[in-house]
Design a protein around this ligand. Sequence first.
Ligand code: 0O2
Length: 250
Amino acid sequence: MKENNIVNSEDIKQSADKMAKELVRISESMEFDEEALLDMVQETIIPVEQFFANYTCAIMEIETKFKVLNEQFSLIYDGNPIESIKSRIKDYDSIIRKIIKKNLPRTLEAIEENINDIAGVRVICSFEEDIYRLARCLLQQDDITLISKKDYIRNPKPSGYRSLHLIVSVPIFLENEKKDVKVEVQLRTIAMDFWASLEHKLKYKKDIAPEKLEVLTKELVDCANVSASLDSRMQNIRNIILGKSADNYY
Ligand code: 0O2
């Protein structure tokens, strides 16, 4: 999921409008047959719009589930476990890069089948414990199917990246059909999110000298360790406040 590049249904609509305008411009310059142009729009743009609209609906379903859990948890435990939710539809560039990387056929079916993170929902919590509790509650809902789970909190990436990733499928109810749609859910603490945003910026910075990049990469691994330790200490303090036993304290 692209850090700090959250797009929404409005962005998709704008892209589709841009494409439609471009088609009109081409048709004018080439004296296209209007009927042919309309057919082309029906055959190409509308299925693409429907394709992305399905993911937008799936994001709405998952966001609602987390909002409901957040509300319910706030009545049972101390405060709201969720600090924020950021959702996005993967942009065209990233989808195309993935199609090339995975050598996929250029069809919507192949994209739907093989790219699991077109819809992304990122849930940011204060405490690690809430991440696992929210994940458990989401997965036990009977309309949610777990496709895969990657626990980069218990098993961080060599870069230092930590988050809990779930690929789930959720049904959406359209006019005449029910469709299962895949969504990538990333659950993180505020500290994990802060780290990932900074590391993402470094990843996309192309004009850094290799020796400087090496130093910054090591510094980021170190920051990831400090941030993991901070998460764990804060969790322990909360446990003590709540009268629960703290893991690493006494
Ligand atoms: P973008 O542009 O961020 O959306 P796959 O998705 O299966 O092809 P992979 O590597 O198996 O690829 O998936 P993984 O490891 O679950 O990671 C998917 C997403 O997690 C990434 O999206 C990032 O959003 C995030 N992520 C994973 N590793 C890192 C990391 O080291 N640093 C940061 N900042 N984010 C990470 P994409 O696919 O990169 O695309």
